[in-house]
Design a protein around this ligand. Sequence first.
Ligand code: GYE
Length: 326
Amino acid sequence: MSKRAAAALVAGAMVAVLTACGSGGTGSAGKGSGHKLVVGFSQVGAESGWRTANTKSIQESAKKAGVELKFSDAQQKQENQIKAIRSFIQQKVDVIAFSPVVESGWDTVLKEAKDAHIPVILTDRSVDSKDESLYVSFLGSDFVEEGKKAGDWLVKEYASAAGPVNIVQLEGTTGSAPANDRKSGFADVVKADPKFKVVASQTGDFTRAKGKEVMQAFLKSQPKIDVLYAHNDDMALGAIQAIEEAGKKPGSDIKIVSVDGVKDAFTAMSQGKINYDVECNPLLGDQLMDLAKKVKAGEQVPRRIKTEEGTFTPDQATAALPNRQY
Ligand code: GYE
């Protein structure tokens, strides 16, 4: 063998060794030495400020944790998520994580993942499957609790008012866990006093554009609206535009209670346009990567991990605004 050929061989071998070490990630992450943990993640879409922050958190945390993330955006369609999950199964990823657009209709595809021995982690939203062996853990907020917090605020705010208090509700995506639970949690609290009346309730699909459109329709069809309860901030922000265009003052002519706690909503609160915001934390990335590593390593993980979150008055939101991350 020529000297040159021998040198090339040695160099080649070194590159191979370096590559193997470099992709090893953080020890326990891989299936063995030389393999990064591969997580297939199916995201709901890009419907809201919350979602954008959630996506960024997951992508950044994956990088930090040395996890190879296969990211897929379902554009708010369940069929796209089912396709993405099937493709993750075909690619033999180590762990599948997803945030289900709606609650029902997952058993078949989750069974396919189970048969392929790929563990599934639910993040942000849950499914209504009866068979709990179809996923290993669910990481996210308690949406019923969020709805209750919105209702609690309303009850206090109108404690000494005569009534009726006419409420319009902008619901999240039909069939989604946050829409179902935020609606029922709120209803449970306000039903205690018959002066509270939900006079209209319709989906705004968690988007600004739909929130505005539906609020315009409410303003036309309802002779008296006292309160808007929006299942997320983006719909509330769209509705604020509709209210202002109708010549009314959001925050005083119509009081607004919303959920999420994103920066744009805090800005609106500092301007007196939203009266109360229930926080829902989108920064789930670090916890998700940690869970995925543990699951792959065969460690026992909790079946349910709840996110800690607070509530904000306009004063609290104004104070928090300069340091708000999302
Ligand atoms: O509140 C909303 C988003 O599932 C908690 O989805 C999430 C919700 C969030 O579109 O803004």
